[in-house]
Write a protein that binds this ligand. Structure first.
Ligand code: ZN
Length: 136
């Protein structure tokens, strides 16, 4: 997924879920910065962060840390892994199919299937709500 989801939409969804503008920006910056911090091409462990099913494990781990520490950067990481898990499918099959010219680029939001858009928004809002719902 590109900056449209990892930054712009994530920021907007966070504000709709009750985070302040500043908090939403911190979450969105961590989300968009994740690909630079853990580039998928750098290592196998990094690849597991950006593709299902392992991206879901990373997302759960980062969300647990975010909630333990009240850490918005970890929350952004949790969102990134979950958003990639939806968009990329299982271990990059969508990317392979796209490379064969059979489907649009899975990292371009505008050409994503409606179901991917819906699920991406749903899993993002779910994690934002779970973070906010934790007892102080
Ligand atoms: Zn990614």
């Amino acid at each position: 997924m590109g900056p449209h989801v990892h930054h712009k939409l994530t920021r907007a969804w966070a504000m709709e879920e009750g985070f302040s503008e500043r908090e939403a920006e911190l979450i969105a910056r961590a989300d968009i910065g994740f690909d630079r911090r853990y580039p998928a091409r750098a290592s196998f462990v990094n690849i597991t962060r950006h593709f299902a099913p392992t991206a879901w494990l990373w997302s759960a781990r980062y969300l647990a840390l975010a909630m333990d520490w009240g850490d918005l950067m970890m929350l952004g990481y949790a969102l990134h892994c979950a958003q990639d898990g939806v968009a990329h499918g299982r271990i990059g099959t969508r990317h392979i199919v796209q490379a064969m010219g059979l489907r649009p680029d899975p990292d371009v939001w505008e050409t994503s299937p409606a179901g991917v858009m819906r699920r991406t928004e749903a899993i993002t809002r779910d994690r934002l709500r779970r973070f906010r719902a934790q007892p102080a």
